[in-house]
Design a protein around this ligand. Sequence first.
Ligand SMILES: *[C@@H]1O[C@H](CO)[C@@H](O)[C@H](O)[C@H]1NC(C)=O
Length: 503
Amino acid sequence: MVSLRACVSKLGSTLPLLLVLWDLHYEGAECGINAEVEKQLEMGKKLLAAGQLADALSHFHAAIEGDSDNYLAYYRRATVYLAMGKSKAAIRDLSKVVELKQDFTSARLQRGNLLLKQGKFDEAEEDFKKVLQSNPSDKDEADARSQLMKSDEMQRLYSQARSAFLQGEHYTAIGLLDEILDVCAWDVELRELRAKCYIKEGEPRKAIGDLKAAAKLKSDNTEAFYQISTIYYQLGDHEQSLNEVRECLKLDQDHKECFSHYKQVKKLNKQIASAEELIQQERYQDAINKYETVMKTESKVPVYTTQARERICHCLSKDQQSTKAITLCTEVLQLEPDNVNALKDRAAAYILEEQYEEAIRDYEKAKELNDSDQQVLEGLERAQRLLKQSQKRDYYKILGVKRNARKQEIIKAYRKLAMQWHPDNFQDEKEKKQAEKKFIDIAAAKEVLTDPEMRKKFDAGEDPLDAESQQGGGNPFHRGWNSWQSFDPFSSGGPFKFKFHFN
Ligand SMILES: *[C@@H]1O[C@H](CO)[C@@H](O)[C@H](O)[C@H]1NC(C)=O
């Protein structure tokens, strides 16, 4: 006869919280076990206390092999299974314990708790009632009573949830199911019902969460994998969709819906992957063709068509087909105004078209949406620099002289152009305005390039007439025609007399 003490397991406080549930102090246990089995149990217990579950498990297996009627071995193995999250195996072992030792009320109570977690209300209640009918400890009695009430309450909530669902009150149903699932976390049906509610309410990602739990809780749950796969597919996540449908086919390779869905997703995945590879290789025209095939393979789910167009726009932009790129990106942006990729690609195309202001607008919008995207930040900076550069006057270009032109050449070129572009030569309002602008530029160019000091500054990359880069600023040449005119101290009413001497 082995002493009682040897049979009583004391679980260390280092064990997972779940195990704290286990009340291993029970009275009157008899342990008719041989030395070898006892050794296995002892080893298993130590490993379990150390949290080495897999090793503990193999010792309890061995103990049961040595003595298949040893309820204690089953009880401990159930503990390990539970710690491993294998609730079904734990329940199986607890059933064996209860069968071998009818008066082991703690084991029965534990089984009832697990059954309640699985949402098996009737079976759980049967256990709780049996505990109450036996001669339980005060604690077991109180627990069984409260669990019985809880189970009752859950059944009531469940019927409310179902009727809310049937009446289309999905959020009410979700609220009730949340409450039940707090207690019955392992109930597959509850998860699937909540997933249905989420889908009805347009929250597919939350539905996926529940369906994944349902697939884990119920082996052979092909339906859950199929649903997860189709939801991912609708969301445009074709890679996840393929992974999930493969799980379905692993369970049942003849599953009809999974198989036909698999063929479609696989085809689409392959085409998208090869299109992306072509983009990597900078074979943009081939990539465009491939994405056109993608749009044929899946023409009904908008996310794929839009994504294909976004990528084609990217290819066009990279391929310097800027007008086409702008058109296509604009179409994408009409559907998805916050599409950062389309904004970046259109901005790049605008730059090629020298439409810097438009490019800046796109980059700024993209920056609002994601201010940590380096491409956006660099693109914006570049577009701003290019805009500024485009607005700067190149005085040599204006006069059509080389950078090393001598003063005489500069004055000669100036005279010729000033005669040609004098605003008085033009009658048409628009032409006159253009001529005015030209004339200002020509005069400014002469001013700068004939003044050695100013010319030096300009050659150093600075505009000596640019108010911004000049301390004090306010050079008249940088102003508009009108303000320039009013500034003119020699003005005698005529439009332009000032400094108009051709000597
Ligand atoms: C912002 O852009 C960076 C770089 O492209 C990316 O890694 C990140 O996921 C983006 N953030 C958001 C919120 O889209």
